[in-house]
Design a protein around this ligand. Structure first.
Ligand SMILES: *Cc1c(COP(=O)(O)O)cnc(C)c1O
Length: 378
């Protein structure tokens, strides 16, 4: 019945987090809690009628050059995309023959398997280790299945765990296809870790990095991302896979202003890291366990002996206008993924958790930086 592709009928599509019209604390889709800076807003006000009348630059060269300069690369290392999500789609179109498996490590961003279905490809998934570190044998599994493209999220979502550049390099060297490293959250990595993945692009022909301005630059509403790779990887995405005018004139202009003022964004990253530490410690004192996160969210495993399930806590919080994310899958059912918000939003969340779980009140200011390293043992 109907005209829809047969192979799509039992596929439900990726369901993004709720976007409620109002919330007391919206901590469910990993937006940066701080608004974009004054220079970005000035660029927005500067959009002219003439810029709207004309088609935009098909290659988004002003933004492309700005992104290249920022990384010490050249424009032919960069493809600009309509959000990071479009970059994922372009990578499948350019590197994965339909029918060949897409390599994943699961659990992962729910959009990946959805894109594989649309592309007509199966998924070859290897599970994360119990402590959310990368499985050692991922590339061998993917090679054995004939995968030509594999995606690793780093820092990982939803755990926040960071794999090292050396680990990524090992996987990329062993893998016979293109390794896409989805770096949607890389801006929030602690600078002291000196996590520099551009080094991978310089030495490996099969590593494609995906970045987005949605999280780090507070521009989720704009829809702007970019891919970074060797020119031979960028060219097919740019010249064959993407729509002619995939990034609109407003996004190009605002994106260039945002990158030029990256120091403003970097201040928001520092604030988020401070709060990430405080919230992780506060959750630990309440019996939750979180893997150590280098992203702008925490994956909190419910305390042993909690009076209600993670799902019930998620619903009770939503009833109070506090939105977090709950995933109905075996490995994640007892967890909540909590975006790090402003100090006020985070305090609101913690107080609500205390009320709902009927925990005695805890003073979080002086909370010891408890061992946030443990992961769930489920
Ligand atoms: C947010 C996100 C993206 C990209 O989001 P866009 O808003 O499309 O840029 C990609 N991968 C992961 C894992 C994300 O969380």
């Amino acid at each position: 019945m109907g005209y829809e592709r047969e192979d799509l009928r039992c596929f439900n599509g990726y369901v993004p987090g709720e976007q409620p019209l109002s919330a007391r604390a919206k901590l469910n889709t990993n937006e940066n809690p701080y608004q974009p800076g004054a220079k970005v807003l000035r660029a927005l006000r500067g959009v002219t009628a003439e810029a709207l009348r004309c088609y935009p630059d098909p290659l988004a060269n002003v933004f492309r050059q700005a992104a290249a300069d920022r990384q010490g690369l050249t424009a032919d290392n960069i493809v600009v995309t309509n959000g990071g999500d479009e970059g994922l789609r372009l990578a499948l179109a350019a590197f994965l023959p339909p029918g060949a498996p897409l390599g994943l490590i699961e659990p992962a961003y729910g959009l990946y398997p959805g894109l594989a279905v649309l592309h007509g490809s199966p998924v070859c998934a290897v599970p994360y280790e119990a402590d959310w570190s990368l499985p050692a044998n991922a590339a061998e599994h993917w090679n054995g299945a004939g995968a030509r493209l594999a995606i690793v999220t780093n820092p990982h979502a939803p755990s926040g765990r960071l794999a090292s550049v050396a680990q990524l390099m090992q996987i990329a060297r062993a893998f016979h296809g293109v390794l896409l490293v989805d770096e949607a959250y890389v801006d929030f990595v602690e600078p002291e870790l000196c996590h520099d993945t551009i080094a991978l692009v310089r030495v490996l022909p099969n590593v494609l990095l995906l970045r987005t301005l949605s999280k780090g630059y507070s521009l989720a509403g704009l829809r702007l991302g970019y891919g970074i790779g060797a020119p031979d990887l960028i060219r097919p995405m740019l010249q064959k896979a993407k729509d002619s005018y995939n990034v609109d004139a407003i996004a190009q202009r605002i994106g260039a202003a945002a990158i030029a003022d990256h120091r403003y964004a970097a201040r928001t990253w520092r604030l988020v890291r401070q709060e990430r530490k405080r919230v992780a410690a506060a959750l630990a004192t309440r019996g939750f366990t979180c893997p150590s996160s280098e992203a702008n969210f925490l994956l909190a495993c419910m305390p042993a002996g909690a009076p209600i399930s993670a799902e019930m806590l998620y619903r009770a919080l939503a009833d109070e206008g506090i939105y977090v994310r709950w995933f109905d899958s075996d490995r994640l059912r007892q967890h909540l993924r909590i975006t790090v918000g402003t100090p006020d939003q985070n305090s609101l969340l913690l107080a609500a958790i205390d009320r709902i779980l009927a925990l005695p009140r805890v003073n979080d200011k002086g909370a010891p930086s408890a061992s946030g390293e443990e992961s769930c043992s489920d």
